[in-house]
Design a protein around this ligand. Structure first.
Ligand code: TXA
Ligand code: MG
Length: 309
């Protein structure tokens, strides 16, 4: 952690664990440091970054709070996997937001991240620590596979708790618009304001929400059920399902997300299992959708986007 702080102070990038996925962190107020994030990830400059605050009261320093819903959400869910898009203040350099007038903000609940952020005392810009368009890293070894040799330090905090990226919302006319599904579900958010689903065509709202994302190297298709999919056909077909099932065993290789059929456990395992199947170099990955309830919506959203090439 001391080395991470030295690097952040020096305007360098460092991979840190968060409770969602590993992030590639740099000083959000230093444009050169932020530029190093884009270089290491080969991320296009039009894709804005999430800013992680060291403490709740820093929110007013970086953004304008224009509705009561915002403090209600931050009190309920921060620190935690909820990112809120707000009108930005001039303190945030344009490179962070890709020139947008808004900034995406959250506070991580990972104890290692929190300690480093508190000692650093400044906001930290951090996208997921993968190369652009690839599967988000949920273990330090995933970061090493993608960015080893390009960054000076990876802080290993073990497998991440949630395994999928934070929920992203913005407030529109008193409603909560979900721009990316995640661990804070629509059901939980609905206690605070009506929910409107973010339109995927809304490219201005979330420029980084490109349809193709989280892509494994192998071609991937999603199906409602594996029951009707022919397993062995001379092709090396990998199957991914929610729970273990007899249908799985027809396939060349296979993985399931949760032994006990728990959606939270499934989310935590998703990217690890996708990587595990992808590493075996199948001709095709067939992924079965999970129940579309609670965090299941976020899992399915990622599977569908992994299927777009
Ligand atoms: O859980 C997470 O959110 C992780 C950890 C590291 O915090 N971070 C993460 O960052 O997933 P990234 O960069 O992989 O995804 C951030 C998404 C991108 O799709 C980006 O376009 C969107 O947030 N975003 C950032 N700023 C935005 C803004 N001002 N308006 C709309 N969308 C924004
Ligand atoms: Mg990402």
């Amino acid at each position: 952690m001391a080395r991470a702080l030295e690097l952040l102070d020096a305007g360098q990038v460092v991979a840190l664990p968060t409770e969602t996925v590993y992030g590639l962190a740099a000083d959000a107020l230093n444009p050169e440091a932020v530029a190093r994030i884009f270089e290491a990830k080969e991320r296009p400059r039009f894709d804005p970054l999430i800013v992680h605050l060291p403490e709740q009261k820093a929110l007013d320093h970086v953004s304008k709070i224009e509705t009561e819903i915002v403090p209600q959400l931050t009190q309920a869910f921060w620190p935690g996997p909820l990112t809120i898009v707000l009108r930005k203040r001039d303190t945030i350099p344009d490179i962070v937001t890709a020139g947008l007038e808004t900034v995406a903000i959250r506070m991580s609940a990972n104890p290692i991240f929190m300690k480093i952020a508190a000692k650093f005392g400044r906001p930290i810009a951090a996208p997921s620590a993968n190369r652009f368009g690839q599967i988000s890293p949920t273990r330090a070894s995933h970061v090493f596979d993608e960015l080893g040799g390009r960054i000076a330090l990876i802080v290993d905090g073990g497998p991440t708790q949630h395994g999928i990226e934070s929920t992203i919302v913005r407030i529109v006319n008193g409603s909560i618009e979900i721009l990316r599904n995640g661990p804070i579900t629509a059901e939980k958010l609905a206690q605070f304001a009506p929910i409107v689903k973010g339109r995927s065509s809304d490219t201005v709202a979330a420029p980084g929400q490109l349809p193709s994302h989280y892509a494994p190297h192998a071609k991937l298709v999603v199906v409602a059920t594996l029951e009707n999919v022919l397993g062995w056909s001379g092709k090396r077909i990998a199957a991914l399902s929610f729970r273990d099932s007899t249908a799985l065993h027809r396939f060349w290789t296979r993985a399931y997300l949760s032994e006990r059929g728990d959606l939270r456990e499934a989310a935590a395992n998703l990217f690890q299992k996708l990587r595990q199947l992808d590493r075996q170099n199948p001709d095709l990955i067939v992924a079965e959708l999970v129940p579309e309830e609670g965090i299941g919506a976020a899992i399915n959203e990622r599977l569908r986007r992994a299927a777009v090439k």
